[in-house]
Design a protein around this ligand. Structure first.
Ligand SMILES: *[C@@H]1O[C@H](CO)[C@@H](O)[C@H](O)[C@H]1NC(C)=O
Ligand SMILES: *[C@@H]1O[C@H](CO)[C@@H](O)[C@H](O)[C@H]1NC(C)=O
Length: 250
């Protein structure tokens, strides 16, 4: 009996004595930890904290598009900023997370967006696979995708800089609805110029010559809230319809 109690204490003593890097390694986050090592961030994450760390699984790194990881790894400053984007300087459990809340990371306070869908928790589009894992100096939430700091553009800026949405943006401006592309959060289904070209011309003329009809049609492309592609399971043939909305200043 005595031995049993000793083993019991030893087991729990050991498991609760793990720092964030030690625990992350056990939780399928070996690649994340190796990269932290590369840029000398492991010491910080072994320190007092407390921290919250969104740890992408090894699979998440494998799933990055061809060359992305190589590109990031070649540029140490970029790698560091990507990693810091996964770290918060305080401890937050998933039950404290609120839908559409944006929280500052150690990457220059650049924010990640929290979304709650049903029972799913999503951090900037990445799903939480394993939540609230306690380390001595903070908490780990394991996620299924690497978080990539995105440029802080609002929808209007994004569409304008893309070059494929001239007609769509122009329509918003025509009926003075462009404010809608700056406020948020919204999800936008954005037809490309090609999509406009494929629209029957007589219908398009009817639409653009009637501000009320055009306004209704444009509003029909906006859905309230942030809806990531993975969360949206309708069927469609078109590409590039859903945009994450980044507006609030960082
Ligand atoms: C971690 O600690 C918090 C707060 O004490 C607790 O709510 C949570 O259940 C713990 N996580 C696990 C996986 O035990
Ligand atoms: C879409 O998601 C809902 C809710 O999770 C589910 O009930 C439904 O079956 C899904 N539809 C498709 C086509 O996957």
């Amino acid at each position: 009996m005595k031995t049993l109690i000793c083993i019991f204490i030893a087991y729990f003593g050991l498991s609760s004595a793990e720092t964030i890097p030690e625990l992350a390694e056990k939780l399928n986050g070996l690649k994340f930890i190796r990269l932290l090592d590369d840029v000398g961030l492991t010491d910080m994450l072994s320190g007092t904290g407390p921290f919250t760390v969104f740890v992408p699984t090894d699979n998440a790194f494998d799933a990055l598009a061809d060359g992305v990881l190589n590109k990031i790894m070649k540029d140490k400053e970029l790698l560091k900023s990507v990693l810091l984007f996964h770290i918060l300087s305080w401890k937050i459990y998933t039950k404290e997370l609120k839908n559409e809340k944006r929280i500052p990371t150690l990457n220059n306070n650049m924010k990640v967006r929290i979304n709650l869908y049903n029972k799913k928790i999503v951090i900037d589009g990445s799903k939480v696979l394993l939540a609230d894992q306690n380390a001595t100096n903070g908490v780990i939430h394991v996620i299924d995708k690497v978080l990539v700091p995105l440029p802080s553009q609002n929808m209007l800026q994004y569409l304008a800089s893309d070059g494929e949405f001239y007609k769509f943006v122009h329509s918003f401006v025509k009926v003075k609805l462009e404010r809608k592309l700056i406020d948020g959060p919204f999800t936008l289904f954005a037809p490309t110029d090609t999509a406009f070209d494929q629209f029957p011309p007589y219908l398009l003329i009817k639409l653009v010559s009637d501000d009320k009809k055009l306004t209704d049609a444009l509003n029909y492309h906006l859905v309230k809230g942030t809806l990531f592609f993975d969360e949206w399971n309708g069927t469609t043939n078109s590409r590039r319809q859903i945009f994450k909305y980044h507006n609030e200043s960082r």
